[in-house]
Design a protein around this ligand. Structure first.
Ligand code: PMP
Length: 362
């Protein structure tokens, strides 16, 4: 019986134990090849099987509409902050960004280096404690795209529904909530996500792209920054992060075993409720940062009544075996990231710890 930490890291974060064990088992001799996946040629039939299986599974599990492309790129979600405007921010047009947190700000700042952008809405004045209502979104019909951050890792808010943007391509950074619940992928022209929260290890970036977007993608870009090149080459233009893609495929098989994304969502709701209920029942001992209808299923952010008490909470939690509960360095407080692979038991243990700590300190 391996001793696993109660891992609430914000990313990289917990991976499913069965996936780690299978990777361990297959490490030195992958499917009788006498090599690990890392040692296979990315042009070999055996690797291509791994690669295409991962793409196929993501399409199946996330119910990605026919024709959409799935890409495995590098450079993290952060490179997508640049690639999106480089490819799709057309000359003479602008792009709208919905500002819901620190990562929206980063995406906006990168796009600003490329072309004209504007804030289509922002909740910064309210310290990003909520997602804007649809009627707060302000943009013209002729913009190049509208960009949103579906889950705000640092502030702990999440879009529960997505707007219909008609002919305006909707682009989403789903780094911290991809595959946490079923999503109507059809609403999106492009979705991107770093893998290191819900999908696998860091080093792989998933892009889901609506086919018509390729026609409008810029062609006068460095080759590696062109979506059309990656599509044409099935993400094998150059050497992809093969081991990460293998791990991602194994995580997807695990998701399938959990009852697919629907099963995962049910578990995620159960997990988040355990901790939010502890916050809500605490008589303000714990204070949730997000407004209730903007609460994230993935990152639960809260503070205690004083810095001193918060320090004590974090230090005792650490002693009790909880990892990663410190809030992001930019905002402080506490944050429990309950990504797909975090087991229900870890959330139960945290809930129990929170209740006990409150008893002893109030
Ligand atoms: N967007 C969001 C919502 C994130 O949470 C993160 C990473 N925490 C990023 C973008 C940046 O991702 P990466 O480190 O893969 O560039």
């Amino acid at each position: 019986q391996v001793q696993r930490a109660y891992n609430f890291n914000a990313g990289p974060s917990a991976l499913p134990l069965p996936v780690l064990q299978k990777a361990q088992e297959e490490l030195v001799d992958f499917r009788g090849s006498g090599m690990s996946v890392m040692e296979l040629s990315h042009r070999s039939a055996l690797y291509e099987e791994v690669h295409n299986e991962a793409i196929r599974l993501l399409k199946e599990l996330y119910k990605i509409p026919e024709g959409y492309h799935v890409l495995f790129l590098q450079g993290g979600a952060s490179l997508q902050f640049s690639m999106v405007p480089m490819n799709f921010l057309q000359a003479g047009k602008s792009a709208g960004y919905v500002m819901t947190g620190a990562w929206s700000e980063k995406a906006f700042a990168e796009a600003k280096l490329i072309g004209e952008v504007f804030e289509a809405a922002s909740t910064k004045q309210e310290n990003y404690k909520r997602i804007p209502q649809f009627d707060e979104l302000n943009y013209d019909k002729d913009i190049s795209y509208l960009h949103i951050t579906s889950n705000n890792t640092i502030f702990g808010t999440q879009w529960s529904q997505f707007p219909d943007t008609g002919d305006v391509p909707l682009i989403a950074d789903m780094s911290s909530d991809i595959l946490c619940k079923p999503v109507d992928v059809e609403k999106f022209a492009l979705i991107y996500a770093g893998a290191q929260k819900n999908l696998g290890p860091s080093g792989v970036t998933v892009v889901i792209l609506r086919p018509d977007m390729l026609e409008r993608a810029a062609k006068n870009l460095p080759t590696m920054l062109r979506y059309d090149i990656h599509v044409k080459n099935n993400s094998l233009y150059n050497t992809p992060p093969t081991f990460g893609i293998y791990m991602l495929g194994e995580v997807l098989k695990w998701v399938k075993d959990q009852g697919g994304v629907e099963g995962i969502e049910q578990r995620n709701r159960e997990k988040a409720a355990l901790i939010y209920d502890a916050i809500d029942a605490s008589n303000d001992f714990y204070r949730g940062h997000a407004e209730k209808d903007s609460r994230s299923l993935m990152n639960i952010t809260f503070t205690l009544q004083s810095d001193e008490l918060e320090k004590k909470f974090l230090s005792e939690a650490k002693k009790a075996g909880f990892v990663g509960l410190n809030g992001h360095r930019s905002v402080g407080g506490c944050r429990a990231s309950t990504y797909n692979a975090v087991p229900v038991e870890a959330c139960q243990a945290l809930r129990d710890f929170m209740i006990q700590f409150q008893k002893e300190n109030s």
